[in-house]
Design a protein around this ligand. Structure first.
Ligand code: ATP
Ligand code: MG
Length: 276
């Protein structure tokens, strides 16, 4: 199979008219792939995405063709998907204030140009979920853009449709997770266009690489949250004397284990099934 693209986490192969998306166990923080893998991470991301795609099937069409019709060596970590022309936007919805959203709010009271009420703290719940797109940078870091920038990039109709779909995916996902004691603070989606023009949800969905997950019973605004997602690795890397440029640091075994445990926990709590 022809390797089309090796992303930070996924390798993308062409197979006939389809793609095979292979999720590795690689971890990236601040867009730098670290030299240490987290065992099973790729399989967890793949199985969790697949589960979410099914839960969300009545909200939005997705790119999955098959989770089993893939080469044996990648079984469990690969999906056969429809090849899409990806839109050059990261579709982000936030229900709580964290990460880059928190940073921009503290500076200007807005996120992606959306004015938020004053007096919010780290991890505060927003009055309603907001759409905070970023660029999908091919090089360097993604940056917040306004809704008008998205309109200029892809047109008003597509922008309006996908903003609404992004917020609906977030609301549905957050409601389902809430029943299982998990807050989804924010999430990033990717959409593309199929050959027939349909807008389709691609990539991964509501995973601990693309979202912030917080145990509800430990949620306390005004401080950093206990996070069942990649934030744990970012936080560990922030304790180091590392300037966030390659090469990234080796992850110590106990941090690898604790990261894997978080990914397994969020998979088990959301899907209600054991990870084996
Ligand atoms: P980058 O590609 O910039 O490294 P990344 O690290 O997030 O970003 P990965 O998640 O590792 O990338 O790789 C997945 C790649 O495949 C992304 O570029 C994503 O946009 C793309 N992709 C996902 N689903 C599809 C699809 N159905 N059709 C075409 N491209 C897709
Ligand atoms: Mg990705």
């Amino acid at each position: 199979m022809e390797l089309l693209h090796s992303g930070k986490v996924r390798d993308v192969y062409a197979d006939g008219g389809d793609l095979i998306l292979v999720a590795s166990d690689r971890v990236s923080v601040y867009d730098v792939v670290l030299p240490t893998i987290v065992p099973d991470k790729g399989k967890i991301l793949t199985r969790l995405s697949l589960w979410w795609f099914e839960q969300l099937a009545d909200v939005v069409p997705n790119h999955v063709v098959s989770a089993t019709d893939v080469p044996d060596e990648w079984e469990g970590r690969a999906l056969r998907v429809r090849r899409l022309t990806m839109l050059p936007v990261e579709w982000i919805a936030r229900g709580y204030l964290a990460g880059l959203g928190l940073k921009e709010y503290q500076k200007s009271g807005t996120v992606s140009g959306v004015a938020l009420p004053p007096g919010l703290a780290e991890a505060s719940r927003l009055p309603e979920p907001v759409f905070t797109p970023t660029t999908k940078a091919t090089e360097g870091h993604d940056e917040f853009i306004t809704y008008d920038d998205v309109v200029a990039e892809i047109g008003a109709d597509t922008a309006a449709e996908l903003r609404e779909t992004t917020l609906e995916v977030y609301r549905r996902g957050a409601a389902l997770a809430a029943e299982r004691g998990i807050i989804i603070a924010d999430t990033k989606l990717e959409f593309g266009r199929a050959a027939d023009g349909t807008l389709v949800l691609g990539d991964e969905v509501l995973t601990p690489d693309s979202s912030r997950f917080w145990p509800m019973d430990e949620w306390r605004p005004g401080r950093a949250q206990h996070s069942l997602d990649k934030q744990y690795v970012r936080d560990w890397s922030s304790t180091l004397d590392w300037d966030r440029t390659p090469p990234g640091p080796q992850i110590p075994q106990e941090v690898v284990d604790a990261t894997r445990a978080r990914y397994v926990e969020v998979y088990e709590r959301l899907t209600g099934t054991r990870w084996e």
